[in-house]
Design a protein around this ligand. Structure first.
Ligand code: ZN
Length: 252
């Protein structure tokens, strides 16, 4: 987070709050409540995205993803368990509770709606929006995001093709296929990208690879799995497996 935003939150949070607390809790200093809730939200999001088929995440894995040391992760998990957001037992994998999953889904909803808004209404490129959405997703007002939803016409996916959870935080996954799993002769419509880093999306921009295009697989190199493909006006483009593993599509 930039210092500017940090200061903004600080100056807002330290203003004396008369009567009803802005932060829904009266027994802690507003400043710490805000910072905590922001950190908690990032933990919830990471738990949601790292969950395996059984909904489980190793503490180790979480610690690696967030680049936070294990003891800190463990003490945060105890805190989230007290709030009934996470099932937490020593030496066992972590699991979000129903409440935790819902809250994580709602944060992801805010993130993805924001990305869509930035692209559709403000003219940002899909490679520019992730970092901005990381900041905006922590705004608490539901009305703010509901309005965004209305202005966008209730989109089902974000600019990277990822599904937007509904108002109850529920997320429906589409059955897409990785380009890397396709065979020679297959044609797929590019529907989503797994990674939304600026570097990766800028790479795709440079090769005119965007959602909705039809990609035909012409050849696969057995040695490293790189693919020769054609799409649009491009008749022969070689994509490495690092790229094809990050592209999802619907088989035609
Ligand atoms: Zn994003």
């Amino acid at each position: 987070m930039s210092n500017k935003i940090n200061l903004l939150i600080l100056s807002f949070a330290l203003r004396p709050v008369a009567g009803k607390s802005h932060f829904g809790s009266s027994n802690c200093l507003p400043y710490f409540c805000v910072m905590n809730s922001l950190t908690e939200e990032n933990y919830l999001k990471a738990l949601f995205s790292l969950a395996d088929d059984k909904g489980e995440v190793g503490v180790n894995e979480l610690s690696k993803r967030l680049e936070i040391k294990m003891p800190t992760v463990n003490s945060m998990m105890k805190k989230l368990a007290e709030k009934k957001l996470v099932h937490y037992e020593s030496y066992k994998p972590l699991r979000l509770t129903e409440k935790g999953r819902k809250e994580a889904g709602l944060i992801i909803r805010k993130h993805r709606l924001t990305e869509m808004f930035l692209v559709e209404k403000m003219g940002f490129g899909w490679e520019e929006v992730h970092e901005i959405a990381e900041q905006i997703e922590h705004i608490q007002s539901a009305a703010f995001f509901d309005k965004m939803d209305v202005l966008l016409g209730y989109p089902k996916v974000d600019p990277h093709g990822s599904p937007i959870p509904d108002k109850s935080g529920k997320l429906v996954w589409r059955n897409y296929q990785k380009l890397s799993n396709c065979k020679v002769g297959d044609t797929i419509t590019l529907a989503a990208v797994i990674e939304s880093s600026t570097e990766f999306l800028t790479y795709l921009n440079g090769r005119e690879l965007r959602l909705g295009i039809k990609i035909k697989i012409k050849a696969i190199e057995p040695f490293d799995g790189s693919m020769t493909v054609s799409y649009g006006k491009n008749t022969s483009v070689v994509l490495s497996s690092t790229v094809t593993e990050r592209l999802l599509g619907e088989m035609l």
